[in-house]
Write a protein that binds this ligand. Structure first.
Ligand SMILES: [Zn+2]
Length: 556
């Protein structure tokens, strides 16, 4: 047991001890009653005094915790359990046994994992010192008073630390490559190659901080943590403006660190695979100012076949999976063949499942003890069977998405995934159609392109929406703009759009002054320029008044 003192005291000012729970405790089992709790404290204190007064140094010089908890057995008997370290020096154990077994409600001595009876430490014997563990919110004198203990006892609180073995992350070899900050196609192609090399060189997952610094320093992509409330994505990748845009990845600040790492890897996957698409989306966003139809048209191209956006996300997940289950692990079969656990090789899918466990927060298998093996097997088999035939969008969470992606990679062969396909095949028609539109934008007038796009929208363009009265009230409704949902369509999103409206409408329906942003109540309202400064990563789509709307306003 490695006991640590945390740096900060608890809310009541007491020191905080922290350690990871032992795998097993020696347990003393009692029939449950309310009185037994105080009796156990008294008996334990008596034992601690005796241990401290022992003539033998090997008995006195000890540091151990006394845990308590409850358990209801199969006969529906409610039991009170006292746990001490499993391998406690036997003269010390004898002293404790004599005290505890003198209690009439004592049943037996046994052993158990602490989780089995929700063990919490109540006392600590620390080389003759006596420590009482109490709620972090109770001041020390009050804690001692409640437990009926004298001031010889130091009151502390206890925090269970995660099992700290070796962390799941390891340092990668840093690439020597240095990308410019402005990305054009040539820069991207070079980055792609270097990124692939880096991915293939990973010995294991490298963790958020390292990945972030490599992404920024070597690949010229800046990474930000976005903490605003309206940021409803895991992550986002965006290009700046201009012919050679800067690339920014946003990661949701409120996610746990382990998930941020995965999200960063996923967005990096979008950069690696979908830079041409990102360029087009940025073009659409900018062009929509004068040709609003380009936006629904592009959305239609991307969503007409649901497989298109799905494959975009699936492929980004596959790239992300290499940052969790590194390329050298595939094919997993090769590895499982030489593993024998009780004479059995685990199936490859189970091994991948186990690989992923420590990389996700708050899972009970994140810090595996081998006692869990049977349970792990059961859960792995269940998850794998359920997910085997699904794609990313049918999975419930990031863990399942990564599991599915890693299984896909393993089946396809890692080489295939990282080598071929410079362009996504399902995306090719989309990219082609958008290039055709871009040529039209270059060569035709805006009204001509708009007319053209409306026919291309195959009647799906909703056109001017009918007005309701409420929409004329300032600050309400959607008059004068069109609300555009994020293009991503996957909840993970590729872009975020915030509609704007003119600050003041004049009777001709023209906007006077600047444009005004309206988001959720309470969020800042400002000019377009202020907005851009405040949220450089949020796209804005602005829809000017259509002539029919101007006419409607004139009638007021
Ligand atoms: Zn994505």
């Amino acid at each position: 047991m490695r006991m640590k003192r945390t740096k900060r005291p608890d809310p009541a000012g007491k020191p905080v001890d922290s350690c990871s729970p032992p795998a097993y405790l020696r347990t003393f089992v009692f029939e449950y009653s309310e009185e037994i709790k105080t009796k156990i404290v008294d008996l334990s204190v008596a034992a601690m005094v005796e241990i401290g007064e022992s003539a033998s140094k090997r008995v006195r010089e000890r540091d151990f915790l006394i845990w308590t908890g409850e358990f209801t057995n199969q006969l529906d008997m409610r039991l009170y359990i006292v746990g001490v370290p499993y391998g406690l020096h036997s003269p010390v154990l004898d002293i404790l046994y004599r005290k505890y077994s003198s209690e009439p409600s004592f049943v037996e001595i046994n052993y158990s994992p602490p989780g089995e009876f929700k063990a919490q430490p109540i006392l600590r014997y620390q080389y003759g010192r006596h420590v009482l563990y109490a709620s972090p919110f109770i001041p020390a004198p009050q804690a001692r008073l409640q437990a009926g203990l004298s001031s010889d006892f130091e009151a502390r609180s206890f925090q269970q630390a995660p099992m700290i073995g070796k962390g799941p992350y390891s340092a990668p070899e840093r690439p020597l490559h240095r990308s410019p900050l402005h990305h054009d196609e040539a820069v991207w192609l070079e980055n792609r190659e270097r990124l692939m090399e880096f991915m293939r060189s990973l010995k294991g997952p490298c963790g958020l901080r390292r990945l972030r610094s490599i992404v920024e320093e070597c690949f010229g992509v800046s990474v930000f943590e976005e903490g605003s409330r309206e940021f409803a994505h895991y992550g986002l990748i965006r290009l700046g403006s201009g012919a050679t845009p800067k690339v920014r990845i946003l990661v949701n600040k409120r996610l746990p660190e382990k998930l941020k790492y995965i999200v960063l890897a996923h967005e990096l996957g979008h950069y690696l695979l979908h830079f041409p698409l990102l360029l087009i989306l940025r073009y659409v966003e900018e062009t929509a100012w004068s040709i609003p139809e380009i936006e629904p048209y592009c959305r239609q191209l991307l969503t007409d076949d649901p497989l298109v956006l799905q494959s975009v996300e699936d492929r980004a997940d596959e790239i992300a999976s290499f940052f969790l289950v590194p390329a050298w692990v595939h094919p997993v079969q090769r590895m499982t063949a030489v593993i024998s656990e009780g004479g059995v090789s685990p199936p490859p899918s189970e091994l991948i499942w186990r690989f992923l466990q420590p990389l996700f927060p708050e899972d009970r298998f994140a810090h595996t003890t081998w006692n869990d093996l049977a349970e792990i097997r059961k859960r792995a088999r269940r998850d794998v069977n359920r997910l085997r035939s699904t794609t990313g969008d049918q999975t419930a969470n990031l863990f399942e998405r990564m599991l599915v992606a890693a299984l896909r990679v393993d089946e396809a062969g890692a080489e295939g995934v990282t080598k071929e396909r410079p362009e996504e095949e399902p995306l090719e028609p989309v990219l082609g159609a958008m290039h055709a539109v871009a040529i039209k934008v270059e060569s035709l007038s805006a009204p001509e392109v708009r007319r053209d796009l409306r026919t291309l929208l195959k009647g799906t363009y909703p056109g001017p929406q009918p007005l309701s009265e409420g929409e004329f009230l300032p600050g309400l409704g959607t008059f004068g703009r069109e609300l555009v949902s994020p293009l991503g369509g996957d909840g993970g999103g590729l872009l975020q759009r915030i509609p704007l409206e003119p600050t003041i409408y004049n009777p001709q329906g023209r906007a006077d002054g600047d444009w005004r942003l309206r988001t959720s109540p309470g969020s800042p309202v400002g000019t377009l320029a202020e907005w851009r400064k405040w949220k450089p990563d949020h796209g804005v789509v602005l829809y000017r008044f259509e002539s029919w709307q101007k006419k409607a306003l004139e009638k007021l």
